[in-house]
Design a protein around this ligand. Structure first.
Ligand code: FE
Ligand code: FE
Ligand code: MG
Length: 168
C-alpha cells in the first residue's frame, strides 16, 4: 500500500473499502449470472442475446478486477471467500430458473438497474474526496448504463418479434 496515496483520500478509508467490497461482491455475482445465462438461455434471438450476455460477463469480471486492485491500493483485502459475496452484495443474484430469453433479459435488466444505483451512490460519495476511486466508479457506472441500454434494446427487439409472430 502507498502511504501518500492513502493519505490524500479525504474520507474514512475503512468505510470506503467496505463499500468497494460490497460492489466487488456484486460484480462476481453479476459475472456468474451473465455467464450461466449465456449458457442456458433459450428462445428467439438466442444468438444475439448470447453474444450480449457473454460480452457483459467479461465486463463484470473486468469491473471485479478494477475494484480488487483499488481495494488493495487502499490497504484492504478483497472478499476472498465466495460464500461471503451474498452477505456483502447490494444487488444479489437471480438464478435463471426460467431460461426463456425474456426472463433472462428481465433478470439482467433488474441487476443492471441495481448496479447503476450502486455506482451512482459511489460516484457521489467519492466526488472531490478520492479522485482515484471516483475515476474507477465513474468508468464502471458508464459501462453499467451501457449494459442496461443494450439489454433494453434486445428486449424491445424481442417484443417486436413476439408481437409480429402473434399476428400471423
Ligand atoms: Fe459491473
Ligand atoms: Fe453490468
Ligand atoms: Mg453490451
Amino acid at each position: 500500500m502507498g502511504t501518500k496515496g492513502i493519505e490524500i483520500v479525504d474520507m474514512d478509508v475503512r468505510k470506503l473499502v467496505g463499500l468497494l467490497n460490497k460492489a466487488f461482491s456484486d460484480e462476481w455475482l453479476a459475472y456468474f449470472q451473465y455467464w450461466i445465462g449465456a449458457k442456458v438461455v433459450k428462445g428467439p434471438m438466442k444468438e444475439a442475446v448470447i453474444a450480449e450476455l457473454t460480452q457483459h460477463a467479461a465486463d463484470e469480471l473486468r469491473h471485479a478486477d478494477m475494484l480488487a486492485l483499488r481495494i488493495i491500493q487502499l490497504g484492504g483485502t478483497p472478499v476472498n471467500e465466495p460464500k461471503e459475496w451474498y452477505r456483502h452484495s447490494n444487488c444479489g443474484y437471480e438464478a435463471p430458473a426460467d431460461p426463456f430469453v425474456r426472463e433472462v433479459l428481465e433478470q439482467n435488466i433488474k441487476g443492471e438497474q441495481c448496479a447503476i444505483v450502486t455506482y451512482k451512490n459511489l460516484v457521489n460519495l467519492t466526488m472531490g474526496k478520492d479522485p482515484v476511486t471516483y475515476n474507477i466508479v465513474l468508468q464502471i457506472l458508464q459501462d453499467e448504463v451501457e449494459h442496461e441500454e443494450d439489454l433494453q434494446a434486445e428486449m424491445e427487439d424481442l417484443q417486436t418479434l413476439l408481437k409480429s409472430g402473434a399476428k400471423k
